[in-house]
Design a protein around this ligand. Structure first.
Ligand code: ADP
Ligand code: ZN
Length: 629
């Protein structure tokens, strides 16, 4: 693989690109690596483009067929995302279509008609559909020039979202020998890259890897003490803004959503077990901004999309950093500042381990045991990476960049809990640890975390009484603490290897050699807790809200929301927040002044221009806007 060979775009091509950019999207220039990716596509040389979420991958495959009038195919894993993209493109006047299983036969035939008539530049398909015999046959007649494989990491077991149906894409090369293949992903670990190139049989591909650091994201990893309260605090830091909170199980999402609703937050649960209709309603409400907080399972966040998500909360540990990067990637896609906060507890590591170590529900097919074992080892190793990220006190931006194979030179990112010194050390960690450890010893190393915590708190529970533990010297030894804070501390000891927790269904706490050293006073212990108050936002936005008339911005958002409701379309199909912010900064009141505002192309100018100017005119005081010198 190499990263330099593809010929650069000719000046004529570049001019064409810029015209298309302005006409369909209202953008002024390309983002990093977009020109290179487009150049590869134009020269029909295979490529793998790795850009972080929000990096602008879609444009790389949307522009080329416009330039040469070809039909290109995009393989995309999720119907909901596919539909959103096609709707958005059509709204801008771009000739795109999709074929997927969610369509009626009539709709499919209509689409096939427009395809044959040569009216479509970009066709979105799911991998399952693409691989159907007769579909492949149809496509061959349509002379597809390029295939864009979106979310290409789905082809790799080392990615975070392995989809077996992606493996079948290996046959594309054979069926379409004259088409070029262009893979796109946001997952950048070298192993995933190699897998993509190998599986798709990319020919001497150009490798284009963007900068992985998301400078506009503020990363926080906080010891999990009281998850719901902590989540509520994070949401309060973003009142009235879009938030996604991830939970491990469906039940968790429902409980948290209900609890938030009871506190007056516009929140709803979202998971694969819901009725499709209810799920759809939630998705729409989030898109049209009548819903602020979606509480989703990690397995199922992909369908919910909004470019102005201001906060992503992980109420429990993702199982890999690839997942984490992908899920946090949904924050701040518009380039404005956003927060990503993860509540960490070693209990979650153990939960994952026990899930991964469980024997499969069905006996594996003969001969596949070794594969399963290999997959399990991969999972555990990726989990360790996630755990290391949480437990090390290194700059989060740096740690993430390096994990994804890039160096990060800034000594202080100014946008993570570590650099901002937001986690504080608990008073005397060693003494506290000794108290906890001796309680474990007193209960005979035969009880779990909950019980040990109860004893230390001096709780008057049936279990404590029955065991006679209310008579222990450690009973009530830490009665000024709280159950959640103490639980967090116990798990920190486990995490640091100073206390053991058995595996299995009823795990109990046990002392190990390190515990003994702590009890003898030979080993110092440091324990941490989150600071009481966190600052709201500190990340360096690629674009900031400086100079934006916030009242006007809110008025524009209200206008957009009414339009969404009225027309039943998602907010971003009208304008992204960045466009509204720019409008609220420049305050144009004439439709002709709207060209040049990023995100407003010809089509949108014609469609929404007058309405927007009316909102702005209603807010701009008559006479000169700025004070005269
Ligand atoms: P990705 O698929 O890499 O996550 P998208 O293709 O969804 O990213 O692009 C993210 C956002 O950036 C979208 O709102 C898109 O319209 C915008 N965008 C893409 N290219 C440009 C550009 N050249 N200038 C300004 N905005 C852009
Ligand atoms: Zn940092």
């Amino acid at each position: 693989m190499h990263s330099t060979r593809q010929p650069p775009l000719s000046p004529e091509a570049l001019a064409q690109v810029n015209t298309a950019l302005r006409r369909y999207w209202g953008y002024e220039s390309l983002k990093p690596l977009q020109a290179e990716a487009i150049a590869c596509a134009m020269a029909q040389c295979d490529s793998l483009t790795v850009l972080p979420t929000g990096g602008g991958k879609s444009l790389c495959y949307q522009i080329p067929p416009l330039l040469d009038g070809s039909l290109d195919v995009v393989v995309s894993p999720l119907i909901s995302l596919m539909k959103d993209q096609v709707d958005g493109l059509r709204e801008s006047g771009y000739p795109a279509a999709a074929l997927h299983s969610g369509m009626t036969a009539v709709e499919r035939r209509a689409t096939q008609g427009t395809l044959r008539a040569g009216e479509i530049r970009l066709l979105f398909v799911s991998p399952e559909r693409l691989m159907m015999e007769d579909f492949l046959g149809d496509l061959k007649h349509l002379a597809v020039r390029r295939f864009a494989i979106d979310e290409a990491h789905c082809i790799s077991q080392w990615g975070h979202d392995f989809r077996p149906e992606y493996r079948q894409l290996a046959v594309l090369r054979k069926h379409f020998p004259s088409a070029s293949l262009h893979a796109y992903t946001a997952t950048a670990t070298p192993r995933v890259r190699e897998d993509i190139v190998g599986q798709l049989q990319l020919k001497d591909p150009a490798l284009l890897v963007g900068c992985f650091d998301r400078a506009n994201l503020m990363y926080r990893v906080l010891p999990k003490t009281d998850m719901r309260e902590q989540a509520a605090q994070a949401i309060a830091r973003h009142a009235g803004e879009a938030v996604i909170a991830y939970c491990l199980s469906r039940k968790d999402t429902e409980k948290l959503a209900a609890w938030l609703q009871a506190r007056g937050v516009r929140a709803a649960a979202y998971h694969a077990g819901m009725e499709p209709e209810a799920r759809h309603r939630t998705q729409e409400a989030f898109a049209d901004e009548s819903l602020d907080v979606v509480v989703a399972t990690v397995a199922f966040g992909m369908g919910i999309d909004r470019s102005n998500v201001r906060c992503v909360i992980h109420t429990s540990l993702p199982k890999t950093l690839e997942h984490y990067q992908q899920e946090t990637g949904r924050a701040g896609r518009d380039g404005l500042e956003a927060e990503c906060v993860l509540f960490y507890s070693a209990a979650d590591v153990m939960r994952w381990k026990s899930i991964m170590n469980k024997p499969p529900a069905e006996a594996p097919e003969p001969g596949t045991e070794a594969d399963l074992e290999a997959a399990r080892k991969i999972q555990l190793e990726l989990l360790r990476g996630m755990q290391r990220y949480c437990t090390s006190a290194r700059c989060r931006h740096k740690a993430l960049s390096e994990y994804f194979g890039q160096s990060y030179d800034r000594p202080d990112c100014g946008a993570c809990d570590v650099c901002l010194d937001e986690v504080e050390e608990v008073g005397d960690g060693t003494v506290l640890a000794q108290k906890i450890l001796s309680c474990v010893a007193r209960v005979g190393q035969r009880y779990g975390v909950g019980h040990v915590v109860s004893v230390l708190l001096g709780a008057e529970t049936e279990a404590v009484r029955r065991a006679g533990h209310d008579g222990l010297s450690t009973y009530g030894l830490l009665k000024d603490s709280t159950a959640s804070a103490l639980t967090a501390l116990v798990y920190q000891l486990v995490d640091q290897g100073l206390l053991a927790r058995t595996e299995g269904e009823w795990p109990v706490l046990q002392l190990n050699e390190a515990s003994a050293a702590v009890l003898r006073g030979e080993r110092k212990v440091r324990l941490f807790q989150p600071r009481a108050r966190l600052r709201k936002r500190t990340a360096r936005g690629e674009k900031s809200m400086e100079g934006v008339d916030m009242e006007l911005f809110d008025a524009l958002r209200r206008w957009r929301q009414e339009e969404c409701k009225r027309l039943g379309i998602p907010a971003y199909v009208i304008f992204h927040d960045t466009t509204l912010a720019e409008l609220a900064r420049a305050r144009p009141v004439r439709v002709e002044d709207l060209i040049g505002i990023p995100g407003i192309g010809e089509r949108k100018q014609a469609r929404w221009g007058a309405a927007v100017c009316e909102v702005i005119a209603g807010r701009v005081p008559p006479g000169p806007v700025s004070p005269s010198p």
